[in-house]
Design a protein around this ligand. Structure first.
Ligand SMILES: Nc1ncnc2c1ncn2[C@@H]1O[C@H](COP(=O)(O)OP(=O)(O)O)[C@@H](O)[C@H]1O
Ligand SMILES: [Mg+2]
Length: 356
């Protein structure tokens, strides 16, 4: 294992959104530099990073130049093209490693990986056409959700099937993309575990947060989640199991459904996660610093929770509430510096300390 990255070393971050931005801020607090690679113009992370490369993931010369300028490479999103990773990997370590990306880029691969580990998920089936969908609906039943295997986020690329009559329209909604059918889980709540693993194999998990989604988008995360002691232990242990199986280095978000029959894994994200933003104001070391520490080969920090917190996403027009939010007591505002407000676009979030 190589040494702890020293002051002035540079972390390369693939993706320049708000997660890359908050990773850059955390890195700078530790005396580390960041270089962001992002195809889009004026990325939120670019406002705070030390350097930005604006180029496409198909531009292999730009990728090679970027890699040569950094000490280690991490990322804020999982859909990095394989060919780009091939170029980068030759030049610098990529943390978390490629196995985590391979598994989490595709919902079918991901669910197969999880069930092979002995973890439980919603019932699922690979869908390639109308016949396989009809056959899967026979077994899984309704309600069910058809999802594209790749590139889905914030509930995009999903269609609900309440009865067999919805099947044809749902398949049409996939626009020919490979898909997976999932049985609808009657969960009592959704929680997520933000877990970290360092190169020496230490694992640390933040306290699970309880998530409320609206229209497929995360609205709030609240800690502590309403979980029994056993459920909390189960949640943390299963997250650790996933990280160990992948020989993972960095922070991962694991989304879970809580049901009377136990915990089901919904999905995992090999990166810092929106449902972990509360850690910025509830823990000594937040998820962003924890990720930077792991990637930079530092020891993991103390992520124990010292406050009850509710994180609320500011989506689209929510930003109009900024004057009132700025006057609220016990409320920390985190804005992403995004120019255009669009419906469904994450503009920022607030963390409210909950006092009993
Ligand atoms: N099988 C399912 N059963 C019940 N609800 C689901 C299921 N799959 C997804 N959902 C709901 O939709 C939300 C978004 O789905 P998810 O698979 O996490 O996709 P995304 O990648 O868009 O976050 C989940 O957080 C959950 O509220
Ligand atoms: Mg999700």
């Amino acid at each position: 294992m190589s040494d702890q990255l020293p002051q002035g070393a540079t972390i390369g971050i693939l993706g320049g959104g708000q997660l890359g931005r908050m990773l850059s801020v955390a890195a700078s607090r530790l005396g580390l530099r960041t270089h962001v690679f992002e195809p889009g113009a004026n990325p939120p992370a670019g406002h705070v990073a030390d350097a930005v490369t604006t180029a496409s993931y198909e531009d292999h010369d730009a990728l090679a130049e970027f890699a040569a300028s950094v000490d280690v490479i991490t990322y804020e999103f999982e859909n990095i093209p394989t060919a780009a990773l091939d170029v980068l990997q030759e030049l610098r370590p990529i943390r978390p490693g490629r196995e985590a990306l391979r598994v989490s880029q595709d919902r079918l691969t991901e669910k197969t990986f999880l069930t092979d580990l002995g973890l439980r998920t919603a019932p699922f089936a690979d869908i390639t056409d109308a016949d396989s969908l009809a056959a899967a609906l026979e077994v899984i039943g309704t309600p069910a959700i058809l999802k594209t295997r790749r590139f889905g986020y914030d509930g995009k690329g999903q269609a609900r099937i309440l009865g067999p009559e919805d099947a044809a329209k749902a398949l049409e909604d996939m626009r020919g993309a490979p898909a997976i059918l999932e049985g609808f889980v009657e969960f009592s709540c959704e929680v997520s575990v933000i877990a970290a693993r360092s190169a020496d194999g230490s694992v640390a998990c933040f306290d699970p947060g309880e998530n409320i989604h609206r229209e497929g988008i995360l609205r709030t995360t609240t800690v502590p989640a309403r979980l029994s002691g056993k459920q909390r232990t189960d949640a943390v242990l299963l997250a650790a199991q996933i990280l160990n199986a992948l020989n993972y280095v960095g922070v991962m978000g694991v989304e879970l459904f809580v049901t009377p029959q136990g915990l089901l894994v919904n999905e995992m994200a090999p990166r810092v996660h929106n449902s972990g933003h509360w850690t910025q104001n509830g823990c000594t070391i937040d998820q962003f610093e924890q990720h930077i520490r792991a990637v930079a080969n530092w020891p993991l920090g103390d992520g124990s929770r010292y406050a009850d917190v509710q994180m609320e996403n500011l989506i689209g027009d929510d930003l109009d509430r900024l004057p009132e939010l700025a006057r609220e007591a016990d409320t920390a505002i985190h804005l992403y510096g995004k120019g255009a407000v669009k419906a469904g676009r994450k503009m920022g979030h607030v963390n409210r300390i909950i006092r009993g």
